[in-house]
Design a protein around this ligand. Sequence first.
Ligand code: DX5
Ligand code: ZN
Length: 219
Amino acid sequence: MKKLIAPSILSADFTRLGEEIRAIEEAGADWIHFDVMDGIFVPNITVGVPVLKSVRNITDLPLDVHLMVDRPGRFIEDFADAGADIITLHVEASIHLDRELNLIKSLGKRAGVSLNPASPITLLEEAVEIADLILIMSVNPGFGGQKLIPYALTKATRVRELLKSHNRDDVLIEIDGGVTTKNIGDVSRAGVDVFVAGSSVFGADDYAKVIGEMKRAIS
Ligand code: DX5
Ligand code: ZN
């Protein structure tokens, strides 16, 4: 499976969002990771549907929408209409996960399920039959610029085994939080396909250099 880099625009300069997106596109980004926070599920508030719409207007890259919001089912249709390609929900925030994942798929989008660092993999046991992507949080969600929690790597390997046991090798494993040029090789060897990177990309002077280094480390 091709490995993908998904810069998180949470760490972009929002006064120049259009330029920032063009820059990561030229630098070789594969997806754009779009973090939505509601101040309830996580202790921070970010951006929502109108911003996603604007981003959709200026890029053809897949938009990877990570909903860190309580009861995410309320917003699935809005984000799908606004141009999301992948919509990921947290198991901890969704009461009717089966219904919501199927809703995302019925709208023609890829459905992701995310686990917080300390949430057990057993919560995915049934959802792996439906999901297109599993997002493993390698930091406690809410903020960019945190350190990767090392046990997330073991978790990725165990999710890979779970997927194998369900004959779901087609499901992507994504990791989110604290990914850098230094640790991305180890993260990749743990079985991860999609790498979210916020501060390590947008905090650098040369985006192409960072993304290039990341791609070499995972190839
Ligand atoms: C954290 C967000 C991440 C964040 C990652 O709650 O879900 O996507 O932007 O940022 P870094 O790469 O800086 O940890
Ligand atoms: Zn995220």
